[in-house]
Design a protein around this ligand. Structure first.
Ligand code: ATP
Ligand code: MG
Length: 421
């Protein structure tokens, strides 16, 4: 084998691609019910964009970005997430001038230099949404509802929703100081990453997955006790909106997110099948980011779904049928082969998946192939059939054979597949 794909970067092959298409189409359908429109932003952006939004001391920026200099010596990065680019596009194209709110969804590959393992890749895919221009807490609840509807519709169960508020620029600093004070007493118990980071970005320590850190932060002060009145009201109203929508959730005061741009609402959705450490989807509010990027003050909220994790869960229970030709021609002799060749073309234009064996194979081997690919209908033509203007029609499932005249072929096939679904 001369070439192999890069570690942590995967090929997605059929029939799994059918499952991807199904999940992506379901996302499009559900999101559009809630008024979201697709936005497509580039994979390459100036590195600065991600440093400024995600945050200098986050895992993503510190050690996970695919950053390189292009031929003009500019520092570029392959996007590690979607929000920063959508915010850039929102400002760059003055999308705030359209009537609010603006609701966008995106889907596509993201790149992070992580240690490849189950559920953790270097090229992975996210489907995400962003809402601009609304700070109403009902929006946050609606987003979670939409996420749950989507995940249920694709067939995921055992979902749990965890929510938290991480405050705003007026109340978080007070909490941050208290947290540093608490962490300071036990620094030596923290992992090396957290030791290095606790004074710069102490909230990240709460998000650390190392068991000793997890244990130590159990007794740490929680942000919810430090929220200012506005943030408290927002969080309460958000929760009552969740209740009105009938969404079961749990408040997890330790849940912060690994990105610095979040304010107030944060949330994660996990599936019991994944294990508690791995969220299928996560999101939150980022009311300051648009302004920090030079746009007008614009509250915003969004989430992203990790597609590989979702697909891995679905793969265990959802069997997507492989798409085989509906009709396969088997021809005997040169003349029949020509007739079949033209008919395949004709049927395809009529919207039927038709195929034939273009190797010059024996009838037996053509039949074997038709059977193997799983075609429900086989049409056999030989000299005799051409002379009489008919086909031998074989219903492979029912093992039935009959003759059909050339004139009635298309109508007959359409009826047959309509009836069979
Ligand atoms: P984690 O805490 O698991 O590292 P994260 O905070 O880095 O997640 P986000 O940046 O919020 O994750 O991304 C949202 C979702 O994208 C995650 O919940 C997960 O499903 C998925 N995701 C993140 N990183 C990867 C990866 N390296 N490989 C596959 N999926 C990923
Ligand atoms: Mg991560």
């Amino acid at each position: 084998m001369k070439y192999r794909s890069i570690k942590g970067v995967q090929d997605i092959l059929p029939p799994e691609t059918f499952l991807w298409q199904f999940v992506e189409q379901t996302a499009r359908d559900v999101f559009s019910l809630y008024g979201f429109k697709e936005i497509r932003t580039p994979i390459l952006e100036f590195t600065e964009l991600f440093i400024r939004s995600i945050g200098e001391t986050t895992d993503i920026v510190e050690k996970e970005m695919y950053t390189f200099s292009d031929r003009a010596g500019r520092s570029l990065t392959m996007r590690p997430e979607g929000t920063a680019s959508v915010v850039r596009a929102y400002i760059q194209h003055s999308l705030n001038q359209l009537p609010p709110p603006q609701k966008f969804y995106y889907m596509g590959p993201m790149f992070r230099y992580e240690r490849p393992q189950k559920g953790r890749l270097r090229q992975f895919h996210q489907t995400g949404v962003e809402v601009f221009g609304l700070d109403a807490p009902e929006v946050d609840a609606e987003l979670i509802e939409m996420l749950v509807v989507f995940l249920e519709r694709v067939g995921l169960d055992g979902l749990s929703v965890e929510v938290n508020s991480i405050g705003c620029s007026s109340c978080r600093p007070g909490y941050r100081d208290r947290l540093i004070e608490y962490l300071n007493k036990g620094v030596s118990d923290l992992c090396s990453d957290c030791q290095r980071r606790y004074s710069q970005n102490p909230l990240r320590v709460l998000d650390c997955k190392v068991p000793t850190c997890k244990e130590y932060v159990k007794d740490a002060p929680v942000i919810l006790d430090f929220l200012c009145e506005d943030c408290k009201d927002h969080f309460n109203a958000f929760q009552s909106a969740l209740k009105k929508l009938g969404i079961t959730y749990r408040v997890n005061p330790e849940m912060v997110r690994g990105l610095d741009y979040y304010t107030r609402t944060t949330f994660e959705v996990t599936s019991s099948a994944l294990g508690a450490q791995n969220a299928v989807a996560a999101g939150g509010r980022y009311d300051r980011l648009v302004e920090e990027f030079g746009g007008p003050p614009t509250p915003a909220v969004g989430f992203a779904v990790g597609m590989e994790r979702l697909i891995a869960l679905l793969k265990e229970k959802t069997q997507m049928p492989d798409q085989c030709p509906q009709v396969t021609f088997v021809s005997i002799g040169d003349e029949a082969r020509e007739v079949a060749f033209q008919l395949v073309s004709r049927l395809r234009k009529e919207g039927l998946r038709a195929d034939m064996d273009l190797r010059s194979a024996s009838v037996k081997s053509q039949m074997r192939r038709a059977d193997k690919v799983g075609s429900p209908v086989v049409l056999i033509i030989g000299e005799e059939e051409i002379k009489r203007g008919v086909f031998k029609f074989k219903d492979m499932k029912a093992s039935e054979e009959r003759e059909i005249s050339r004139d009635e072929l298309i109508g007959f096939l359409k009826d047959f597949f309509n009836r069979d679904g």
